[in-house]
Design a protein around this ligand. Structure first.
Ligand code: CDP
Length: 213
């Protein structure tokens, strides 16, 4: 069973996807971490984010063990990730890893921007998570403030808006709900409520004839 969870920055899709994976007992892949790791490794080598050859090399050489590096969550790395993400060859270099993960026996949950549209168009259930940008900024601000007391909510809001605009307007695999995705608006839901709603939605879709293996 493959579950695709897409949505804009800080929409809560990572937390939801993790909880969905735990509920169904299947593995979870944060595909944003692949783009973040590509950017991190490129910057660590003093590379140029606009240089497609260097970016592709970084994407091809990601160490999967480095994907839980807490520095991947730094806002600067998110911003840099969205600058390497439009490069078609970078996306192609990361596709195989994502598809192999998705096609494990028993299935998987993947979260990102293009899971339902490009990575797993055959997913059994596709969710597209939405939330008002001010609410997303507030949530991300509260998270980032724990490690960066100097960060401001306004700064976080501006960063999210810039990154969403970049992700939506790119030619390759833009941030977009698949036609058969189920929209879930978490603006007025807390984490528990959002997880409950997502799991109910998935169970309804599966019960209505979705595949279960
Ligand atoms: O956690 P957050 O929503 O802030 O970001 P993320 O999911 O870690 O993704 C970071 C960046 O990677 C995004 O802004 C996209 O530019 C890129 N990305 C992508 O292009 N395709 C994906 N499937 C996942 C992330």
């Amino acid at each position: 069973m493959i579950i695709a969870v897409d949505g804009p920055a800080a929409s809560g899709k990572g937390t939801l996807a993790k909880n969905i994976a735990r509920h169904f007992g299947i593995p979870f892949l944060d595909t944003g971490a692949l783009y973040r790791a590509t950017a991190r490794d490129l910057l660590a080598r003093g590379g140029d984010l606009q240089n497609a050859d260097e970016a592709v090399k970084a994407a091809q050489n990601i160490d999967p063990d480095s994907l839980d590096d807490p520095h991947l969550r730094d806002p600067g790395i998110g911003e840099a990730a969205s600058k390497v993400a439009p490069i078609a060859d970078v996306r192609a270099a990361l596709l195989d890893y994502q598809r192999r993960f998705a096609n494990r026996p028993g299935g998987a949950v993947l979260d990102g921007r293009d899971i339902g549209t490009v990575v797993c168009p055959q997913a059994d259930v596709k969710l597209f998570i939405k939330a008002a940008v001010e609410v997303r900024a507030r949530r991300r601000f509260l998270e980032l403030r724990q490690t960066d007391p100097a960060i401001t909510e306004q700064q976080v809001l501006a960063d999210l808006q810039k990154r969403d605009a970049r992700d939506r307007s790119r030619v390759e695999a833009p941030l977009l709900a698949a036609e058969d995705a189920h929209l879930l608006d978490t603006t007025n839901l807390d984490i528990e409520g959002a997880c409950r709603a997502a799991i109910e939605l998935i169970e309804t879709v599966l019960g209505a004839g979705g595949k279960t293996d």
